[in-house]
Write a protein that binds this ligand. Structure first.
Ligand SMILES: C[S@@+](CC[C@H](N)C(=O)[O-])C[C@H]1O[C@@H](n2cnc3c(N)ncnc32)[C@H](O)[C@@H]1O
Length: 437
């Protein structure tokens, strides 16, 4: 089976959706796949105005009442550049041209999909493409879920956003709260300038700062709320954010381990540079610039595994789907697999067959696990592993801990951040299950 699999086409780095492959149906609707959309794709109605998008999200129950007026007042199209990219079925960003292909551009902008607005920090120039999205207009349902999680109450007077991107989220915050109440920080000068121009064009004037958002923005602190629209890496929630929150102030940020299952956390400041709070949902986001993990190594380790024919195999009874595909299992396992990444290569000829590849770039270790209908029925999976870290053995241990804990859902976990440490807990802050370096 191994020869048919290719880890080179690994998942994109992060596109601000609910998770990888979350937008396949939308890609079909937009005609962005390699195959032509089937009858269902053709029949799906294209939405071509912000009012229709608003109606669609309302019907789907994705538009929180508190954000309804603001969402319908701020047209997403006014923040998306004419040259952008939308993922196809394979998670490959495809260029879209708002000038020459306006109908398709409009259909994308008014769809519930993330729109990529920058690749490789601007080094890949439209219409070229890559899998490394570095800025985007996030998926509208994700934008709304995060704003809802931000818990804007009547006394909220000062909000900091990290990751201005297109300026769309800042426009929503400014519309709801007022321009003077919103500060937004973007690391990329060109993006910040574009966002500022888009904001001004719709009459909004929040404070737009060019800088490293990991430092927060102390000049306008303390904040009642901080929202990050780029993901932090496990163990690296910037202490500046916690320090710049008012006591009882709240921080909402996407968070993920190197294993990759992204979640949304909401931490409440306890004062004295300490914040504590639970996982409140899912959020698969591109990382803050300094939080990027080594990227593009799945193809390399897939090839190394192919060529390492002398590495002996053994059988494991731990189900790879519970380790890598089940969102609760993958989240928990990821807490205890520091530095480890994974890739799944599906067998094109056998829908049930895939290879799970685990790799750790720092220690130069890898493991592969083979899955097909037969192994799943038997409950035995062929494993090979090589390197200083026995990665599948580590994954088995992490999985055993999750199972012994009663297979808790990811929302039963939470984080505590202090100046000295960052820890994950289960059910209550005293029950620490992982400490991050
Ligand atoms: C998903 S996009 C943000 C979407 C944006 N909120 C919007 O409404 O369009 C993430 C943004 O975070 C920015 N970013 C990454 N690292 C950053 C950092 N350290 N400080 C500030 N911005 C950063 C990226 O340049 C990118 O524009």
């Amino acid at each position: 089976m191994r020869g048919a699999l290719d880890h080179g086409r690994q998942q994109a780095r992060g596109q601000d959706g609910p998770g990888p492959a979350g937008s396949a149906a939308q890609a079909a609707r937009l005609g962005l796949g390699r195959e032509q959309p089937g009858p269902a794709g053709r029949a799906a109605q294209q939405v071509s105005s912000h009012a229709e998008l608003t109606a669609e999200l309302t019907a789907a129950g994705a538009l929180p009442a508190a954000w309804a007026e603001t969402f319908s007042a701020v047209d997403r199209a006014l923040f998306v550049p004419a040259h952008c990219w939308v993922d196809d079925y394979n998670g490959q960003p495809r260029p879209l041209d708002g000038a020459t292909d306006h109908a398709r551009w409009e259909a994308a902008v008014y769809s519930d999909v993330p729109i990529v607005t920058q690749l490789d920090d601007g080094k890949t120039v439209w219409p070229d493409t890559s899998r490394n999205a570095t800025s985007s207009a996030s998926q509208p349902t994700v934008v709304l879920a995060m704003l809802e999680a931000l818990n804007i109450t009547g006394d909220v007077a000062n909000v900091l956003e990290i990751g201005t991107g297109t300026g769309y989220n800042a426009a929503l915050l400014s519309h709801r709260l007022g321009d003077a109440q919103v500060t937004t920080v973007e690391v990329d000068q060109e993006l910040a300038e574009q966002a500022q121009a888009a904001l001004e064009a719709v009459g909004r004037k929040p404070t737009v700062v060019v800088g490293d958002g990991a430092e927060g923005y102390s000049a306008n602190a303390p904040y009642d709320r901080i929202i990050a629209t780029a993901s932090v890496q496990a163990g690296h929630i910037p202490i500046a954010w916690v320090a710049q929150l008012r006591p009882r102030g709240e921080l909402v940020t996407p968070w993920k381990s190197t294993w990759g299952s992204g979640v949304l956390v909401r931490l409440v400041s306890q004062g004295e540079r300490t914040a504590v709070g639970p996982v409140v949902g899912d959020a698969f986001f591109m990382n803050l610039r300094d939080h990027r993990v080594p990227f593009g190594f799945a193809g390399k380790y897939g090839r190394i595994a192919d060529e390492a024919t002398g590495v002996p195999s053994f059988f494991s009874t731990v189900r790879p789907d519970e380790v890598a595909l089940d969102r609760d299992g993958a989240f928990a396992v990821g807490l205890r697999l520091p530095g480890v990444q994974h890739s799944i290569a599906y067998d094109k000829e056998d829908g049930e067959a895939y290879e799970l590849l685990l790799y750790d770039v720092d220690s130069d270790s890898w493991a592969t696990v083979q899955v097909d209908g037969g192994s799943t029925a038997l409950g035995e999976f062929e494993v090979r592993q090589q390197g200083p870290r026995a990665l599948w053995t580590e994954a088995e241990r992490a999985h055993a801990w999750w199972v012994e804990s009663g297979c808790p859902e990811r929302t039963r976990f939470g984080l505590t951040v202090t100046t000295d440490s960052q820890t994950a807990w289960l059910d209550r802050p005293g029950n620490i299950v992982a400490t991050f370096e």
